[in-house]
Design a protein around this ligand. Structure first.
Ligand code: HEM
Ligand code: FES
Length: 333
């Protein structure tokens, strides 16, 4: 009998995760509102609008940072990465509250006025991205987040294929940049709390850039060099791969293989999990089986197959040690 993978369903861990995120978000929004009220900045509707915007932005920033952070310190951050899609959807729902309040504000000009040709031409003429109506940046970001939230379910993952789904969800970086423009341009154009806002947006952008660069420098796989023997590639000195560890190697065609050294010998699998392309090389290996660090799919190191009754598998590469070097085959078995 074969079984299709069940969709990652609701479970106790997910409920605790969502409840924690919602409680922390409520605390943050309340703190934001209380600060604005106590310092005499504003109260009521405008303060709620800002508190919701700031909370949604904080959650979106965490959702973006959690991937690279988990690569740098897996023990600490993998539990947060586990349900990142829910984090993104919660951020989107809070964003919806912010956008709803902004668009129904009787004191604000209708959004359509931001599209006026004269305003846009003036912004282009000024040559500054911060001169364009800040609400339009927010609108563009919101539409991207809406598309991602709508396709976040595993149903769309299997309809679109993991590769296309992942490419679509890379748009989160464009949405994040648009949010930063929305916040900075908004602060400059309205002059309200400009210093705090500019500081926050600058800090979030800088932290995101630094963590991504640090994680990328760790992750960048070694590019295997071509050896004389056809199809076998040199993955570097064998002593680089300690017992119980994995080494990620870039193969021709921009594929990554993960080479594992276990008590049973050397094994190499595609580094991309068949579920959502999670990094198998960062997974835990027990009894010849690697567990994907993202959602726990398992694969036999010898065959690349998931344990029965599941039928999915990842490509397996031949690997061997010769003259103190690791050699991996460039095409899967
Ligand atoms: C149609 C879409 C949107 C509209 C019309 C809109 C409107 C506004 C308005 C009117 C403000 C107050 C600006 C000021 O007085 O300085 C604001 C601030 C803000 N918005 Fe939006 N927004 C939109 C989308 C978004 C999105 C997608 C995010 C992402 C999280 C976002 C995050 C923020 C943040 C963080 C602030 C500053 C809050 C603070 O003062 O701490 N907005 N937005
Ligand atoms: S990416 Fe979800 S289990 Fe591997």
């Amino acid at each position: 009998m074969t079984l299709k993978r069940p969709l990652i369903a609701w479970n106790r861990r997910k409920i605790v995760y969502d409840a924690t995120v919602l409680s922390l978000a409520a605390l943050f929004a309340f703190g934001h509102y209380a600060f604005a009220a106590m310092t005499g900045l504003e109260t009521g509707r405008p303060a709620i609008l800002r508190a919701l915007g700031a909370t949604a932005f904080a959650l979106a920033t965490i959702a973006i940072l959690i991937g690279p952070a988990a690569r740098l310190a897996p023990k600490l951050f993998l539990p947060v990465l586990y349900n990142r899609r829910h984090l993104g959807v919660i951020a989107f729902l809070i964003m919806g509250g912010h956008v709803g309040l902004a668009l129904t504000d009787p004191a604000a000009a209708p959004l359509i006025e931001d599209f006026a040709a004269a305003r846009l031409a003036g912004a282009i003429e000024s040559g500054s991205a911060f001169a364009a109506p800040f609400r339009l940046y927010g609108l563009a970001a919101f539409l991207i987040f809406a598309l991602m939230a709508a396709t976040s379910h595993d149903f769309w993952l299997s309809r679109l294929s993991p590769r296309r789904w992942k490419a679509l969800h890379m748009a989160v970086y464009a949405a994040f940049a648009l949010c930063l423009l929305h916040i900075v341009a908004g602060a400059l154009q309205t002059g309200k709390g400009a210093r705090v806002l500019l500081g926050t947006a600058g800090a979030a952008g800088a932290v995101a850039a630094v963590i991504h660069l640090a994680a990328a420098s760790r992750k960048t796989p070694r590019r295997a060099r071509r050896k004389r023997m056809k199809d076998w590639l040199d993955a570097g000195p064998a002593d680089r791969l300690a017992a119980g560890a994995a080494l990620i190697v870039r193969l021709p065609g921009d594929r990554d293989a993960a080479i594992f050294r276990t008590p049973e010998g050397l094994f190499a699998l595609s580094n991309a999990c068949s579920h959502q392309m999670g990094p198998l090389g960062e997974g835990c290996v027990r009894a010849g089986v690697v567990t994907c660090p993202w959602h726990g799919y398992e694969f036999d190191l010898r065959t690349g197959r998931a344990p029965a009754p599941y039928t999915d598998r990842v490509p397996v590469y031949a690997v061997r040690e010769e003259g103190g070097r690791l050699l991996v085959k460039s095409t899967p078995d």
